[in-house]
Design a protein around this ligand. Structure first.
Ligand SMILES: [Zn+2]
Length: 631
């Protein structure tokens, strides 16, 4: 097990250089081999994967800023190393000499995927096209970095008098900086969310909503336009008519037509339901026909607290992080027939980090770290990082880490909001996927599945949070020891779907814009794309906002792929339907799920995994039921 404690920058530097040299050696061995083998390519990926988990990963979690910065530099160094190796003509020639006659199905899949990777870096292109591709790729990386930098650098600050922020709690107000008797609202999520959800003054909500959706829009609009053009040129080099066609070729959806089919099927149902929701949530003497985008989350939050009649600070007392975690583990142990054991974490990068193992039939099969609490300079969202796929002399077992920002019980009360409980379960789905997946090929261990399927095994975990069978096990008042009453559980459950169609339609509008920008009408102006896509929400949008230019996903790896969130959501709901029908905590369904979805990891196309588990093709019926869209 790698020792992350007491790391120095010099050690990390050495580690990086030694591993890259070792990888270089593997590549040279392949190039010298008269009978090149597929295993060597797998070994190479294993080494690189493990290197990511030791060095670049530190950029997200290490307490020392110098080491975090080194982690960032190391990441671009490793990525460039991979790209350069893949472009190596001699290596590609050797790859083509590999004899594939006796491959089993995993090896066949790996061979095919590697072939695609080599094609993707341009080996089959003419010399002229190859150099065009290099130029495009270099320029795209530059634009991507600039685009997200501009959003992060946006320092818009809005000033409000106290009466303009009516509705914010004392706690929310105290989080804002006071300057000359005015409160400063920055574009940071906690500030924006507090106003958008709780501020009673409509003008204030409008000002903040517009500023947030216009972050960096002047600087970023030309960058976005240029990236769209370059992507289209790149797709054409490879013989595809659009970037979306090119990007989706190896995804579960396969092509933009299938994505459009999903949207076409859902949109009328969502719109019909949205009309009903508007009537239900509207307040403050605003007419339904005049609901603006900055009203929706405010209305939803108002409706939710009036329905549940639970103060959120009271509710938090039922979700003490160690209790929730312990019971989540015990539920997973029962349902999936595994054991989760605490391990000695003295090799971790911080004293708050825990190390656990997943065990099956008395045998350790994977490790995972839990780095759950905020720290200066740490990654600010919640995610699971894959640290090693195992199978190496230095690291036998797969290893991953959850990195999140939940309330710290070591320095504070450790009481979670219900949303945070849901996030914990979601992220633990990624840990299970990473840990339980088995394959002799490194890249197929665990969560290395098609990009539009990867969220399904984590999305499914969220369902347990809303089920009384589970809630009643972990929702225990930390002061009195009493369990959350069935009445409150039911109220919570009932509040789940308030405004859900309106919120989903907004997501749909982002997905439609993403497809439009990367489809055959890619030359349309951003204004045209923005206004067309917003129509789907049934809410009138203002003309003075260019949200697309502040939408980080478009240049952050989700280009032509934003639909994947909804896609995986639909599949996750369908997978959970077996638990709904055969028992929420059914161990036989759980084992089936483990063996047919989690264990095969990426060895089979996701479409087949899902079919193996459901015994049929997946559909959106469970999703429609979950979201109350069947009427
Ligand atoms: Zn996730």
């Amino acid at each position: 097990m790698f020792d992350y404690s007491n790391l120095t920058k010099t050690e990390l530097e050495n580690n990086l250089n030694i591993t890259l040299n070792a990888c270089e050696q593997i590549i040279n061995d392949i190039k010298k081999d008269s009978e090149p083998k597929l295993e060597k390519f797998d070994l190479l990926e294993r080494e690189v994967n493990y290197l990511f988990g030791r060095v670049p990963f530190m950029a997200n979690v290490h307490p020392n800023q110098e080491i975090r910065e080194f982690g960032h530099q190391a990441e671009s160094k490793v990525r460039n190393f991979i790209l350069d190796s893949m472009k190596d003509v001699d290596l590609y020639e050797k790859f083509n000499e590999i004899k594939s006659d006796n491959f089993d199905f995993e090896e066949k899949e790996f061979y095919k995927d590697l072939q695609n990777d080599f094609i993707d870096v341009g080996h089959n292109l003419s010399e002229n096209d190859k150099s065009l591709l290099s130029e495009i790729d270099k320029k795209l990386i530059e634009l991507e970095i600039k685009f997200s930098e501009n959003i992060a650098k946006d320092k818009t600050k809005l000033k409000f008098k106290k009466h303009q922020l009516d509705g914010l709690s004392e706690g929310e107000l105290s989080n804002l900086t006071l300057e000359d008797n005015q409160y400063i609202v920055t574009m940071a999520y906690p500030d924006v969310n507090a106003v958008i959800e709780n501020c009673k003054i409509r003008d204030t909500r409008e000002t903040v909503w517009k500023a947030f959706n216009n972050r960096a829009s002047n600087e970023n609009s030309p960058i976005l336009k240029e990236a769209i053009m370059l992507r289209n040129n790149k797709a054409k080099l490879f013989g595809f008519s659009t970037w979306a066609q090119y990007r989706l070729q190896h995804r579960m959806a396969k092509n933009p037509e299938n994505v459009q089919k999903m949207y076409n099927n859902l949109i009328p149902k969502l719109q019909k339901s949205a009309e009903r929701e508007k009537e239900e949530i509207v307040s403050d003497n605003i007419k339904v026909s005049e609901i603006a985008p900055w009203d929706i989350r405010y209305f939803i939050s108002k409706k939710r607290s009036s329905l549940s009649k639970i103060d959120s600070s009271e509710l938090k007392k039922f979700f003490y992080i160690h209790d929730v975690k312990k019971e989540m583990f015990s539920i997973c142990e029962e349902v999936f027939d595994i054991e989760i054991k605490q391990e000695d974490a003295s090799t971790a990068w911080h004293k708050d980090v825990e190390l656990w193992s997943i065990n099956e039939d008395g045998e350790k099969i994977a490790f995972f770290y839990l780095d759950l609490y905020p720290r200066e300079g740490k990654y600010t969202h919640a995610a699971v990082f894959d640290l090693a796929s195992g199978g190496l002399e230095s690291q036998h077992l797969p290893m991953s880490s959850m990195v999140a920002n939940f309330p710290n019980p070591n320095t504070g009360d450790g009481l979670m909001t219900f949303d945070e409980v849901e996030t914990l379960f979601h992220e633990f789905g990624h840990i299970l996927h990473n840990g339980i997946g088995k394959s002799k090929i490194s890249r197929y261990v665990g969560a290395s599945v098609e990009w539009d399927f990867v969220e399904a095994p984590s999305q499914i975990m969220e369902h347990w949070v809303w089920k009384i069978e589970c809630l009643s096990r972990f929702a225990k008042n930390v002061e009195t020891g009493e369990m959350l009453s069935e009445e409150i559980c039911t109220k919570l459950k009932n509040s789940k779907n308030i405004g859900v169609s309106l919120l989903t339609l907004r997501q749909v509008s982002f997905g439609l814009a993403d497809q439009h920008l990367h489809g055959s009408d890619y030359t349309d102006s951003l204004e045209e794309v923005e206004s067309q896509s917003q129509k789907v929400t049934t809410i009138e949008y203002p003309g003075d906002v260019m949200h697309l230019s502040s939408f980080g996903h478009l240049l952050g790896g989700y280009d032509a792929a934003y639909y994947g969130y909804l896609w995986a959501d639909i599949i996750g709901d369908d997978l959970f339907s077996r638990f709904e029908n055969e028992g929420i905590l059914s161990n036989s369904v759980g084992k089936d799920y483990k063996n047919k979805i989690l264990k095969p990891g990426g060895t089979k196309p996701a479409e087949e995994l899902v079919k193996d588990f459901l015994g049929r093709d997946w559909n959106d019926e469970a999703f429609l039921i979950q979201k109350n869209l069947l009427f």
